[in-house]
Design a protein. Structure first.
Length: 175
């Protein structure tokens, strides 16, 4: 009897380790103008797909966008709670020559870009407690639901489409 309980407990732990290895692993978010601050009505839309590496030292991503009402100027992951604007943590792309060396340009919509983020890509925001290179702080903020992805355009320089990164505990969310 004790052996059965032990084996059942062991199987439960193994299953939990597979399902919840490090909390969040995969991200899929749909960007709209309604999440901008203030909210706006736009034909634009986007999708972020991302995956945090098992060791937590990189994030691979794919960002797609289309139907923006202005020309895309830049895209970032920001540190900020829902309904609040925050500082830039990492650049995904820019056409303004304001990103760190090696930041890829944002192609005209419709487009899809891909990349991998590491500690070298984290620029802050120092005023909000994330210093340059503090990748683990960024991952912690993502897991705490305190980051959002934003795409800026010439018509809406403050951001045309946005989505809070809201991980679920299974690592497989679809919002």
């Amino acid at each position: 009897m004790k052996r059965r309980i032990f084996l059942a407990s062991l199987m439960l732990l193994i299953t939990a380790a597979v399902v919840f290895p490090d909390g969040l692993k995969e991200i899929k978010e749909i960007l709209t103008g309604y999440e901008e601050v203030p909210a706006l009505s736009t034909t634009g839309g986007g999708e972020l797909r991302a995956r945090i590496s098992r060791d937590g030292t990189s994030i691979s991503y794919q960002l797609s966008y289309s139907d923006l009402e202005g020309n895309v100027t830049q895209s970032h992951i920001h540190l900020g709670n829902p309904g609040v604007n925050g500082g830039i943590s990492v650049f995904l792309c820019t056409n303004l020559n304001n990103g760190p060396a090696g930041t890829q340009p944002c192609p005209p919509a419709p487009a899809t870009i891909t990349g991998t983020l590491t500690a070298a890509d984290v620029i802050g925001p120092a005023g909000q407690g994330i210093g340059p290179g503090e990748f683990s702080e960024l991952v912690q903020a993502i897991r705490a639901r305190s980051t959002y992805v934003n795409i800026h355009s010439s018509k809406y320089p403050g951001g045309e489409v946005r989505k809070q990164i809201l991980p679920d505990e299974k690592g497989d969310h679809d919002h």
